[in-house]
Design a protein around this ligand. Sequence first.
Ligand SMILES: [Zn+2]
Length: 162
Amino acid sequence: MESYNDQAGLAEATAAARKAAEIGDDPYGAAITNGGTLLAAARNTVHSQHDPSNHAEVNAIRKAAAELGTEDLSNCTLYATCEPCPMCWSLILWSRIGRVVIGAKDPLYGGTDYQPKAFPRPELIFIESPECEALLKEAVSKQRPSSVGVAGIGLATFPTTQ
Ligand SMILES: [Zn+2]
């Protein structure tokens, strides 16, 4: 049984994101481990499955919950190539995931500030990853042209120093 540390977990998420890009989906990836064991790795499938809710984190959480046979993922760590959006962050809270590790912050779509009182806040760890930053920039530049430049925000909002 392979033991996954944070670097290895993030590498699984990154590999999934690259796979998404290869087939024309947005280059986002996620992975979930439990006690050092990989439970799920998933990519964004929004375009290929025509489902706007098929973000990488959502797909990974569905797989992990099915694998464990429970919707309670409190002992799990979720790895995401970039900061989860508000939809994914809400699902992370609802599934009680205890730790979240991200490789890039997302100043446009990141939703980790959301914290309803009903849920404990997951531990949020940022591991600065140039590869994840590059994947995020690729996603923004290729897949969301309508959002770039709106209200003065866009690609210029992505300094690598944040
Ligand atoms: Zn999302």
